[in-house]
Design a binder for this molecule. Structure first.
Ligand SMILES: Cc1cc2nc3c(=O)[nH]c(=O)nc-3n(C[C@H](O)[C@H](O)[C@H](O)COP(=O)(O)OP(=O)(O)OC[C@H]3O[C@@H](n4cnc5c(N)ncnc54)[C@H](O)[C@@H]3O)c2cc1C
Length: 284
């Protein structure tokens, strides 16, 4: 590996577990020993060739085998376009099925990440069709979409396990809520609905107001059948505080050779000092 790539990888390690399963398993062991669970994502989305799709599916199966072998408190989190949705819904669905079959044998849980809005309907359809046969699957809903309250209602009617997040893609104003506070309020409403029901759910946010709302709702409804999920490297002190307060916390941890775009995005968002160093290195 050239020197520049090694330096970049060292900086990126705050946000990712490394390039392969072995790095991820070491990190998972460390996180588990501290009381955190891990949910792992193999980096790379919008995959456009059969060969790459097959490799991604194989990678997730390898990963789940390693998790099972290490008896780790873990789950995986997959993006449907990694397993074929950019090619067709049928291909993605077949691959999700293959992953779920293995996950059931290996006692692993599979979160489905939500991608940009052209994929939302297909992802929900794939999720619902497999949910009939498998209980070890959960779906992500994005609070920034106007449609999400309706989706939440439909998914809850189907007794789904749901992860709520604000949403991360560039969407147009016709389908997206306007401002930060509107999105936060929408997520707050979604949380209220989730705390009133009994299925397991997950809260993927670093937003202090929402986290504290969730802790209050948990007490109000005596419902602890949920976990907080944090992205690796972000607000680690808050994640530890929640553990100390006896909440379940899982660390969403990406890994894989395509770590560069993901890590740069995370640094650009807030970590301006590291981003500055990174830009200087990239310009060398
Ligand atoms: C477990 C998990 C799974 C996700 N899955 C999906 C998905 O499937 N689909 C999807 O569209 N999106 C997903 N996301 C991303 C999500 O939609 C948001 O883009 C992201 O979480 C930022 O929103 P926030 O709720 O943390 O609020 P923000 O308002 O962005 O951040 C709240 C606070 O968190 C801190 N913070 C946020 N980012 C950073 C950073 N990089 N460095 C340091 N501090 C930071 C800051 O203190 C900030 O004020 C996921 C997020 C998580 C945590």
């Amino acid at each position: 590996m050239d020197l520049r790539r090694s330096i970049l990888l060292a900086l990126a390690r705050r946000y990712i577990a490394g390039e392969d399963v072995s790095g991820l398993v070491s990190l998972a062991k460390r996180l588990n020993s501290q009381g955190f669970r891990i949910t792992a994502n193999y980096l790379g989305e919008d995959v456009a060739t059969d060969e790459q799709v097959r490799r991604n599916v194989d990678e997730y199966i390898l990963l789940m085998e390693a998790f099972e072998k290490g008896k780790l408190a873990s789950s995986i989190s997959i993006k449907p376009t990694q397993v074929g949705l950019s090619l067709s819904r049928e291909i993605a669905s077949k691959n999700v099925n293959r992953i779920l079959e293995q996950a059931a044998d290996l006692d692993q849980f599979v979160w489905i990440d939500m991608e940009s809005s052209p994929y939302t309907d297909d992802i929900l359809r794939i999720y619902l069709s497999h949910k009939q046969s498998y209980s070890n699957i959960g779906i992500t809903l994005q609070a920034y979409l106007k449609r999400s309250q309706g989706d939440l209602k439909r998914m809850l009617e189907n007794e789904s396990k749901i992860r709520v997040v604000k949403g991360a893609y560039n969407e147009t104003p016709d389908i997206m809520l306007k401002g930060k506070s509107e999105i936060r309020n929408n997520l707050a409403e979604m949380l209220k609905a989730l705390f009133k029901q009994n299925n397991f759910f997950s809260i993927g946010t670093h937003d202090n107001k929402l986290i504290e709302l969730a802790t209050a709702l948990s007490h109000e409804f005596s419902n602890d059948n949920f976990e907080f999920q944090f992205l690796k490297g972000i607000r680690e002190e808050k994640a530890s505080e929640l553990l100390d307060r006896r909440f379940k916390v899982s660390i969403y941890t990406p890994y894989g050779r395509s770590w560069m775009p993901y890590s740069i995005r995370r640094m650009r968002e807030r970590d301006s000092a590291t981003y500055f160093v990174l830009r200087s290195i990239l310009r060398l």
